[in-house]
Design a protein around this ligand. Sequence first.
Ligand code: 1HN
Length: 348
Amino acid sequence: MPETPNPDRTAFYERIGEHQMAPLWEVIHKLVAKTPITKSVPFLWDYETVRPFLMESGTLISAKEAERRVLVLENPTLRGESRTVDTLYAGLQLILPGEVAPAHRHTPSALRFIVEGSRAYTAVNGEKTYMEPGDFIITPSWAWHDHGHEGDGPMVWLDGLDIPIVHFLGSTFAESYADDQFPTNAPPGYTLARYGQNMKPVGDTYDAPTSPIFSYPYARARETLRRMQDTQDLDACFGIKMEYLHPLNGGPAMPTMSTYLQALPSGFRSTDYRATDHAVYSVVEGSGMIVFEDEGKQSTLSWKAKDHFTVPGWYRHRFEADEDAVLFSFSDRIVQEKLGLWREQRGS
Ligand code: 1HN
């Protein structure tokens, strides 16, 4: 870039600007920088701070009036954009006993990760699944879905959506169903029984890119982590990190978001790591720290159960667990992998 302003060039830029053109040479190094330019920053939402506001929202608007009563977790650098990291949306949704969140569908895919409460359900294309803390639930692109609550006490979950990606591609569509609830057409748990045992009905031709299993119960996933932790076969960067899969094609459970459940044993201190995917974490159990460190600058977020935090792309970080911890996370890794763009770096 030229050091001193050049009046002839400046005048030229103004003249071509009137014709909707601009000089690449003034911006080329910003467009293709040596390392990723990430707008979002590491940030943590402490559940003790968030929860009272969430409960207050329950006194101000019903789930039905709101359509979805959610407090969006907005990255401090992306306020007003409904973005939690550059490429992903996350929010905390509240539903109270007896409420319904009416049926609709949209092209963005959604995931839920249950934070607190019991006996609320989400119905996907007419099949209910009841939700318990730690369960991972999927609403595929363009699937009808409504929520309801048949239990006592508030129910809170994390919503994760690929909205920024779908918006960028200009492929967002949505529609409301005529009634609050899409007609029931299968008993609760039917799909998990059908596809959740490493089996499928002979002749079944399901070939959608989203897993047909839309509920991955915590009890099963937690048991897997426990048994793997018993072997002490830990990855230096991740502890034990398992990915939720699509049972019929072996790929990720969702086509646009990679989803993980991870165990960090008490006292575990990971090696430094960074990757180009942008991630959002939900702490299920335990407590610890994530330390971000780059070019001598260090910042730390301390997390405990029910907190949520971001790990934006290419931020070098390490984890430390004060007690046995379990973390859920989702990221855009699968999108980057499909496009041949994803990179990681282990160590410093
Ligand atoms: C949505 O449909 C849900 O179905 C949650 O619970 C969050 C955020 C943006 C757009 C649609 C839901 C959403 C959403």
